[in-house]
Design a protein around this ligand. Structure first.
Ligand code: GDL
Length: 448
């Protein structure tokens, strides 16, 4: 039987920490993937207990029904569904009972019609229990033996099945001393069955760029092309972020050098419309260096989902500006960069020199504030709630900065401090974590 996995998987891996998506959201994702011409979804929500922390436990009848309906729905749309399991937190590699537990769990999902699987060993302690060390000698050897045995077993259970594997060292920055000389990666490359597909997040966990050279280095050690687990849009590591920028920092030749690319995106499902569509455009035309037109198109298409009660309205310009402020982990978008520059200029020069900058700063501020007011009236409340915290945070800062710019303009010669009555410093970034951030910044600046 032919493998059910597309030759080059592209799509989404739900592989983040935090609240898993709902099934309704996953159904909607399958529609997006199908519309965009993407072909794969991997089920790997870190906080589905039975995927990771309690991986040995079988799914209940009602849970099975749900997963079964997801598999059916994705297959119906031509999207390959892969089920991932992450046993690494407490798996005893030398215990036959644990290998049996893994098989039992996958057998349950095979019965639901799934033919593609992933074995994940990311974010686990890099040590082995004494018995496992005695039997396998190293973590790479223990993991490879488990993956190979599972791969063979899957082949017997379900012809054409596929197995992905996520190593414990899954990006360049984790490799010691580096990718070429990492004992762990070399041993995996030697021992892992060639049919097993290996995930890689690039030079870093969150890779702003994925150069082709870094992939070639991976390939020479792992003896296969990687499947990119792309955390470009992930935000579970810092929930103050939300990423809606264009798919960027990946050279056109990345496609030819890899065995697939899957996005592990924002936790807030609805914030992923632009990322998924922008990624799909990149895949269709990776050689196109100007990413903005496809990004603009994705935002324009997204705008249709912002159905809103009259007389409120959200313009393309306002939504694009908002996306610009959220953008990518490594940089704000052009509109946000311009706003920051304008602000710096207002801060460092007297109002008599402000000329058109003040007006431009005010125009952008007003666009953000109007967008926030309009967002409150969108009919799709799930969409609103995906964006709410970030829109609110931005709006609060814009209001304060506007108040400051107006005060400064009206009092160009004052020596007094800006002290608006309605602003409480303890409430603006006043959490304990914010305090800890300030201490960390001092430590990193070397001032201890
Ligand atoms: C990770 C985790 C992933 C998480 C991401 C972003 C991999 C292989 N594992 O390290 O679950 O969502 O970072 O925080 O990326």
């Amino acid at each position: 039987m032919k493998s059910c996995m597309p030759d080059y998987p592209t799509g989404v891996i739900e592989g983040f920490y935090g609240k898993p998506w709902t099934d309704t959201e996953r159904f909607m994702l399958f529609d997006w993937l199908q519309t965009c011409g993407l072909n794969s979804y991997i089920y790997a929500p870190k906080d589905d207990l039975k995927h990771r922390a309690a991986w040995r436990e079988l799914y209940s009848d009602s849970e099975s029904k749900t997963i079964h309906s997801l598999i059916r729905a994705s297959n119906k749309r031509g999207i390959s569904f892969s089920y991932a399991i992450a046993p690494g937190l407490d798996m005893r590699f030398s215990a036959d009972s644990d290998l049996d537990a893994l098989r039992n769990k996958l057998a349950q999902v095979i019965k639901m019609g799934c033919r593609s699987f992933a074995l994940l060993f990311d974010d686990i302690p890099a040590r082995l229990a004494p018995n496992d060390r005695k039997r396998f000698g190293s973590q790479a050897s223990a993991q490879a033996a488990t993956a190979n045995s599972l791969c063979e077993w899957l082949g017997r259970q379900a012809a054409g099945s596929t197995l992905f594997f996520c190593p414990t060292v899954y990006c360049g920055a984790m490799a010691r001393p580096n990718v070429s000389h990492s004992e762990y990666l070399r041993e995996l490359g030697d021992k892992l069955h060639p049919a097993i597909k290996v995930f890689w997040t690039g030079p870093d966990i969150i890779s702003g760029e994925i150069p082709v050279d870094s992939i070639r280095e991976f390939r020479s050690v792992l003896r296969r092309r990687p499947v990119i687990w792309d955390n470009l849009y992930a935000n579970d590591y810092d929930m103050r972020r939300l990423h809606t920028g264009p798919y960027a920092g990946r050279p056109p030749s990345l496609k030819a050098e890899t065995n697939g690319i899957l996005l592990n995106p924002n936790c807030q499902f609805h914030a992923n419309f632009v990322p998924v569509h922008s990624f799909a455009s990149w895949l269709r035309a990776p050689a196109r260096t100007n990413l903005q037109p496809a990004w603009n198109r994705a935002i324009r298409t997204w705008l249709a989902q912002f159905q809103i009660r009259q007389p409120h309205k959200i313009s393309f310009k306002a939504l694009r500006l908002f996306c610009d402020f959220l953008y990518l982990p490594t940089s704000p978008g052009p509109g946000a960069t311009q706003y920051l520059h304008d602000l710096q200029m207002l801060l460092r020069t007297p109002p008599s020199h402000w000329a058109g900058r003040y007006e431009r700063f005010q125009r952008t501020s007003r666009l953000i504030l109007t967008l926030f007011d309009s967002l409150l009236h969108i009919q799709n409340r799930d969409l609103l709630h995906a964006l709410y915290a970030h829109a609110w945070e931005l709006k609060e800062r814009v209001l304060l900065l506007q108040a400051w710019a107006n005060w400064r303009k009206a009092n160009p010669d004052t020596t007094e401090k800006f002290a608006p009555a309605e602003f409480s410093p303890a409430l603006l970034r006043g959490s304990t974590c914010a305090e800890l951030d300030r201490v960390i910044a001092e430590i990193l600046a070397g001032s201890q």
